[in-house]
Design a protein around this ligand. Structure first.
Ligand SMILES: [Zn+2]
Length: 511
C-alpha cells in the first residue's frame, strides 16, 4: 500500500473511532462515576456555591495581605470552614495566620494545601486590561493565591457533605498556609508536627491551564538577609566612618561576578532593603535580601559561595557582617507520579469551564496589551506533565518540603489569562471576577473528586504510598531551614501597616 492510501485508511479509521467512541465514552464515564464523587461534583455545581466561594476569593483579592499579615484572609477561610462544621485550630507553628481545619476521624488522613498571601507593589484594578493600580504601590494578588485556599475550602466542604451522606471513614484536613510568596510557612508547619499523620496531600495552584504533573521540578531556595554594621560620620568628612552600604555594594559586585561560575540551573536575585537615609550621613547599617536558588544537591555549596561574597564585602569596607538571618529555606518539589495520574483523570472528567464572549474579550484585550498571542482562554485541559529531560531550574515553593513528608502533587486550575505574567499587575487584573470564580470552582471539583478517590479506594492510596516510601529511601527529608530559624512575623509588617488603611477603602465587604 502506498503512503496516500495508508493516510486515507488511517483517516477513515480515525473518523469511525471518533464517531463511535465519543458517545460511548461519555456514557461509560457517567456509569463509572461513584456516587460519592457525583455528590461532590453536584454540590460544587450549585450556582450559589460557585458564587459564595467566588465572592470569598474576590474579598481576599481586595484585602491583598502580604505573607504573615493575612489576618483577614486567613480568618475568613477559617471561619467559613468552622461554620461548615470543621474543627479549626488557629495560630499554629508560631504563625498567627496559620490554621488547620479538620473533619472526620481516623485513617486515611487526606491533606489539602491552601495559600492566601499577596505580593508587594502589584496593586491593580480587577478586569482592567491595562496597568491601573487600585492603590499606587500597594500589594496585589499577582499569583492567584486569593483563589487557592478558597478552592481547597470549597473542596473540603464538598467532601464533608459526601462523608456525612455516605458515612465515609477517614479525615480531611485543610492546611491554611501563610506566606507562600516568601516560602516561609511549610517547613515550620512540618517541624510543628502538623503533617505527622497525613497519608497524602493534594496541593493546588491557580493557572491559565487545567492540569497536573509529577517528578522533581523548580529550585530549592535559601532566602537570607545579610546585614552589615559600620560606623557613621558626616558625609563631607567620611574618612571617619565605615559605610555599611559599601559592604552591600561590594557583596553585590562579587555575587554578580560569581554568576559566571555557577551551574546554569541556578537563580540569584536580591533587593537592598536598608541602605542609609541621606547621602550626608555615612550609613552605619545596611541590609541586602538574597534569594539563592539551585537544586537540592547544589544549593548548600552555592550558599557558602554567596556567604563568602558577604564576608568579602565586610572585609573590604571595614564593617562587620552580622549573623545572616534565614527568612526561609526550602527543598525542590518532588511530586508523586501516582498522585498526579489520579488527579489527571479527575481533571479530564471535569474539563475546562465554558468561557463567555465577554470573558474571552477581556482575555484578548489583556493579551493585546501584553503583546502576547491573542488566542483568549483555553478550551481544553492540559496533558499530564512529566519532569523535563534537562533540569533548567526555576521557581520555588515551600510545598517542596511537603512533597518529602507525604505523597503530594499539585492541581493547577484555570482562571488566569494565558500570556499574563506571574508576579505582575496583569495577573492581578485577571484573577478577579467571573473567570476566577469558574476557575477555582473547577479546581475545587478536581480536588474534591481526588480526595474522594483517596478516601474510598485503598488500592489507589497504596500506589501513592508505595511510590513515596520508595522515593524517600533515596531522598530522605532533612530540612534546610536552620534549627533556630523562627517564622519571620515582622518581615511584611511595616509595608502592610502603610497600605492597609489605603486598601481598606476598596475592600469588598461580604456582609
Ligand atoms: Zn504562587
Amino acid at each position: 500500500m502506498n503512503r496516500s492510501s495508508w493516510a486515507k485508511l488511517c483517516l477513515v479509521a480515525f473518523v469511525l473511532f471518533a464517531v463511535v467512541s465519543v458517545p460511548l465514552g461519555r456514557s461509560a464515564d457517567k456509569i463509572k462515576i461513584a456516587k460519592e464523587k457525583q455528590l461532590v461534583l453536584d454540590w460544587l455545581s450549585q450556582p450559589q456555591i460557585l458564587e459564595k466561594f467566588g465572592k470569598i476569593a474576590d474579598a481576599i483579592w481586595s484585602y491583598a495581605e502580604l505573607g504573615l499579615q493575612e489576618f483577614k484572609s486567613s480568618e475568613l477561610l477559617a471561619a467559613t470552614l468552622e461554620q461548615a462544621g470543621f474543627k479549626v485550630e488557629r495560630g499554629l507553628a508560631g504563625m498567627p495566620t496559620c490554621f488547620v481545619a479538620s473533619y472526620g476521624s481516623g485513617k486515611p488522613v487526606i491533606g489539602l494545601l491552601g495559600e492566601f498571601d499577596a505580593l508587594p507593589m502589584l496593586s491593580q484594578k480587577g478586569r482592567v486590561p491595562k496597568q491601573d493600580p487600585l492603590v499606587e504601590g500597594a500589594p496585589g494578588h499577582g499569583c492567584g493565591h486569593n483563589t487557592m485556599c478558597t478552592a481547597a475550602a470549597a473542596a473540603a466542604i464538598a467532601v464533608k457533605e459526601a462523608m456525612d451522606k455516605y458515612g465515609l471513614k477517614g479525615t480531611i484536613k485543610v492546611f491554611g498556609s501563610p506566606a507562600e510568596e516568601i516560602v516561609a510557612s511549610r517547613p515550620h508547619m512540618i517541624r510543628a508536627g502538623l503533617f505527622n499523620d497525613i497519608d497524602a496531600v493534594i496541593d493546588n495552584h491557580s493557572a491559565s491551564g487545567f492540569g497536573t504533573g509529577y517528578g522533581r521540578n523548580g529550585n530549592a531556595l535559601f532566602s537570607v538577609i545579610f546585614t552589615f554594621k559600620g560606623k557613621t560620620a558626616h558625609g563631607a568628612s567620611a574618612w571617619a566612618g565605615r559605610s555599611a552600604l559599601d559592604a552591600v555594594e561590594i557583596m553585590d559586585v562579587a555575587t554578580n561576578f560569581l554568576r559566571e561560575h555557577l551551574d546554569p540551573a541556578y537563580r540569584l536575585h536580591y533587593v537592598v532593603i536598608e541602605g542609609g537615609e541621606a547621602p550626608n550621613v555615612v550609613p552605619d547599617r545596611a541590609s541586602v535580601w538574597y534569594y539563592v536558588r539551585n537544586s537540592d544537591e547544589k544549593i548548600e555549596e552555592m550558599y557558602e559561595r554567596v556567604l563568602n561574597c558577604a564576608k568579602a564585602g565586610a572585609l573590604a569596607s571595614g564593617t562587620e557582617l552580622l549573623p545572616p538571618r534565614f527568612i526561609a529555606a526550602v527543598h525542590q518539589q518532588h511530586s508523586n507520579k501516582a498522585a498526579a495520574e489520579l488527579f489527571q483523570k479527575n481533571i479530564e472528567l471535569i474539563g475546562m469551564p465554558h468561557w463567555t464572549e465577554e470573558e474571552q474579550a477581556f482575555a484578548k484585550a489583556l493579551q493585546k496589551e501584553l503583546k502576547a498571542k491573542e488566542d483568549g482562554l483555553p478550551s481544553k485541559v492540559d496533558q499530564l506533565r512529566g519532569p523535563g529531560s534537562v533540569f533548567v531550574g526555576g521557581g520555588s515553593s515551600d510545598v517542596g518540603d511537603v512533597t518529602l513528608v507525604a505523597p503530594t502533587a499539585t492541581i493547577r486550575f484555570p482562571g488566569q489569562v494565558p500570556g499574563a505574567i506571574g508576579h505582575h499587575w496583569s495577573t492581578v487584573a485577571a484573577n478577579y471576577g467571573s473567570t476566577a470564580w469558574k476557575g477555582l470552582n473547577a479546581g475545587a471539583k478536581a480536588i474534591a473528586a481526588s480526595a474522594i478517590d483517596l478516601l474510598t479506594k485503598p488500592d489507589e492510596l497504596k500506589k501513592l504510598r508505595t511510590e513515596f516510601e520508595e522515593y524517600i529511601k533515596n531522598n530522605p527529608y532533612k530540612p534546610f531551614l536552620p534549627a533556630d530559624a523562627k517564622p519571620p512575623l515582622d518581615i511584611n509588617e511595616a509595608l502592610m501597616n502603610k497600605y492597609r488603611p489605603l486598601l481598606e477603602k476598596h475592600q469588598i465587604d461580604l456582609k
